[in-house]
Write a protein that binds this ligand. Structure first.
Ligand code: IPD
Ligand code: CA
Ligand code: CA
Length: 283
């Protein structure tokens, strides 16, 4: 299988499988892009514009990061399909599709707050096969390959064991669109008396990695793009978390719940009764 070896592997005579190769590539590019945006930001942000609303910002560094990742993928995987949040959308013939969030947590990046990340996932048969999330502020690299566990800087991580909702530390996020935020805020107000506390860190991919590492018990959010959660959800699942839609069903692209197995069903029930418009008197 000459074609499945990277040049370095050819040199030293190592043969690795596709998932390992894709995982290494995702991790390498996530770290390189993360370093690029950190370096770039040191000279300030000179160009930014808005997308879905006045507060949904994209900077020159979101674009530069996506460009670097796309160029890197095209150089090594010319037949793969690529989708990036900042506009990349190209078909491929290999059956591998990449989902790229070049800066997840752009609002943090804008304000020079920690916690933003570069998130890259490769999907095969539409399921995430590998994921890499690099968090420049902490230098942490979260990775996973389907069926092989989740790693933080190469060391296995596992979700937490909190079993009671009232002890659960829960993270969420809010849409950039005002009507959606209003609904999310209503649910949040209902939910917060029933849990330990809430966190809003500002990057979906990082939130999912925190659940994977047992630093949070639960993460839930609606109206995400697939690039927001593809890598982090695989990392959470491979760390032993349960993931799904708010009703517990298989994930689609708009809502993600991730929790340790003891809390997952409890969270599904809580999300149902805290849904805006839910009326317990009406069956
Ligand atoms: C956003 C972040 C945020 C989440 C938003 C996302 P972006 O991604 O992940 O935490 O609440 O829903 O859109 O715009 O910073 O890449
Ligand atoms: Ca994002
Ligand atoms: Ca983004």
């Amino acid at each position: 299988m000459e074609g499945s070896r990277t040049p370095r592997e050819e040199q030293v005579g190592i043969v690795t499988d596709l998932a390992t190769q894709l995982g290494e590539l995702a991790a390498r590019l996530a770290v390189a892009a993360g370093k690029l945006v950190v370096e770039g930001r040191k000279n300030g942000i000179t160009s930014s514009s808005t997308k879905s609303s006045d507060t949904d910002v994209v900077t020159e560094f979101d674009r530069a990061s996506e460009r670097m990742i796309v160029e890197g993928l095209r150089a090594e995987r010319p037949d793969d399909a690529l989708v990036g949040e900042e506009g990349t959308d190209s078909a491929g013939a290999s059956g591998v599709r990449w989902l790229i969030d070049p800066i997840d947590g752009t609002t943090n990046f804008l304000y020079d707050l920690p916690g933003y990340a570069v998130s890259i996932a490769a999907l095969v048969d539409d399921g995430p096969l590998v994921g890499a999330v690099y968090v420049p502020s902490s230098g942490e690299l979260f990775t996973a390959i389907r069926g092989r566990g989740a790693l933080l800087d190469g060391v296995p991580i596992h979700c937490g064991t909190t079993a009671k909702l009232e002890h659960a530390l829960v993270a969420t996020g809010f849409s950039y669109l005002v009507d959606r935020r209003r609904d999310q805020g209503q649910r949040f107000a209902e939910l917060i008396p029933k849990i330990r506390d809430i966190r809003r860190f500002g990057a979906a991919s990082t939130d999912l990695c925190h659940v994977a590492a047992g630093r949070l018990d639960v993460y839930y959010e609606q109206w995400l793009g697939p690039w927001d959660w593809a890598a982090g959800e695989l990392i959470a699942r491979e760390a032993g978390c349960r993931t799904g839609r708010f009703d517990g069903g298989p994930l689609d692209r708009t809502e993600v719940l991730a929790a340790n197995p003891a809390l997952f069903e409890q969270m599904v029930e809580l999300l149902a009764v805290t849904e805006p418009g839910h009326n317990p008197g009406i069956m």
